[in-house]
Write a new protein. Sequence first.
Length: 199
Amino acid sequence: EVWLAGHGWQRIDPTAASAPRRIDGGLAAALPEGEPVPFMVATDLAWLRALRDRWEFLGNAWNQWVLGYDQRRQQSLLRQLGLDTVDWRQLGALLLAASGVLFGALLAWAHAHGRATDPLQRQWQRFEKKLARRGTPRLPSEGPADYARRAAQAHPAVGAEIMAIGERYAALRYGKTAHGRGELTALTTRINRLRIQCP
């Protein structure tokens, strides 16, 4: 940065003044004799030159809008949004409200899409909910076999069926062979038919 009378501190790129050969002749002319020129610079293909120009455009946009973002650009953006007369407290409250709305929308989306998409997992979760409604929720430390064993002890009238569902799920989930649609349908039917009485 340099001080210019009447303009204040200004950012100046001294490249052209300190090494005009690099600007006028390009990179190939600026390199020492015998130094290899990078492929992107040495090759004079139109499509490659267009690709290089696009890349440099993106780099320039990044430099101007991200690295070069300053108070003047901020004021210009606020003016375009109609917020140039807002003080910092109002702007903070607006930002907080917008963040809250965005966070709420993300939570709603996560809740709607957070359910298991795996059909086998969905059926197991239905089985867990059915048992939880009857007083036997799955503990965080329990795998399918331990949970089925505990639930079977808690509901002895349907204990054998609970164990069969747990064993079938474990075989389908952790077995070496992939399960087919018929096996999933059979498990779903068993879960649907399971009737648990309150203890």
